[in-house]
Design a protein around this ligand. Structure first.
Ligand SMILES: C[S@@+](CC[C@H](N)C(=O)[O-])C[C@H]1O[C@@H](n2cnc3c(N)ncnc32)[C@H](O)[C@@H]1O
Length: 271
């Protein structure tokens, strides 16, 4: 896809690209939700839906994503010395899929929804993760110093974060040298044109839980040095009555900094 095509699609996606946040002191975070009236309104509805779903149906609805979570951790390749960040962790369903060797004391997990974080803390306690390592935060404005994490994982969250480019910019800022980012979500491949039916459906899904029409190349277009080095489909790999048929819409991507892995070719977001 050419640069101008990418830019056109990026603009039509409606992400208002915000200025990058520079170095930050750990612990300080303020929300930067600078968007149009409609975006803010639909975001408010989405946040409210997550608050309700967190303590009602969420864990049951998404239980079938477990094989995807396991695969995402395989690709993240966590080593015992790694510091790990889970972005938009929700109710903590990834915790039970963490590889044995994960340094749980150094792991941080956050979500924008306080109710999700409440559930997340309960699961953390059960799985030897310090409760205080789970907190309410905004992926678009991370309360961490630069180059703080070796592995960063977006579990089904990049499609829900209002400005995914800004979230990946922030992830790049806090990613240590040679670190890795894994994104697991419903994504549209490069060069796939989005049907009107899907665009209309997206008006509703955006309000309830996520944008179903996001493309990773477009999201990454404005993020300086990140490149995709692996991209796969979860077709036939999910479980559960609700989620199994949806596997074909879900992708897992591995993203790194170009200067950290100059020999790894950048690939496009298609299969
Ligand atoms: C589809 S849910 C996935 C939850 C969880 N990761 C899972 O796999 O079950 C998307 C999550 O992203 C969170 N989210 C949305 N915007 C966010 C933001 N700006 N920063 C952090 N989390 C955000 C929502 O609160 C929600 O919990």
């Amino acid at each position: 896809m050419s640069t101008s095509e990418l830019r056109r699609r990026h603009e039509s996606e409606g992400y208002e690209h915000l200025a990058s946040t520079s170095s930050r002191t750990e612990g300080s975070s303020s929300s930067q939700r600078d968007a149009s009236y409609w975006s803010r309104f639909s975001q408010w509805i989405q946040d409210s839906c997550y608050q309700i779903m967190a303590y009602t149906v969420w864990d049951n609805i998404v239980s079938g994503f477990k094989p995807g979570r396991v695969r995402a951790f395989e690709l993240l390749d966590i080593q015992s010395r790694d510091t790990v960040l889970l972005v938009g962790e929700g109710s903590g369903l990834d915790f039970e899929c963490l590889p044995e060797q994960t340094n749980r004391a150094a792991l941080k997990a956050f979500d924008f929804s306080p109710q999700m974080v409440r559930q997340c803390k309960i699961k953390a306690q059960q799985l030897d993760i310090p409760e205080d390592n789970c907190f309410v935060g905004d992926a678009q404005n991370l309360p961490f110093t630069d180059e703080r994490f070796d592995k960063i994982y977006f579990p089904l969250s990049i499609a829900s974060i209002p400005n995914p480019s800004l979230a990946l910019e922030e992830a790049e800022r806090v990613l240590s040298q040679g670190g890795k980012i894994v994104v697991f979500d419903k994504l549209v491949d490069d060069a796939v044109s989005i049907t009107w039916r899907r665009k209309i459906l997206n008006i509703f899904t955006r309000c309830i839980f996520a944008d179903i029409n996001r493309n990773l190349s477009i999201i990454l277009h404005n993020v300086s040095d990140l490149k995709i080095i692996h991209y796969e489909s979860l077709e036939g790999k999910l479980s559960g009555i609700l989620t199994k048929p949806l596997g074909g819409f879900y992708r897992i991507a591995v993203i790194v900094r170009d200067r950290d892995f100059p020999d790894q070719p950048a690939i496009q977001a298609h299969l």
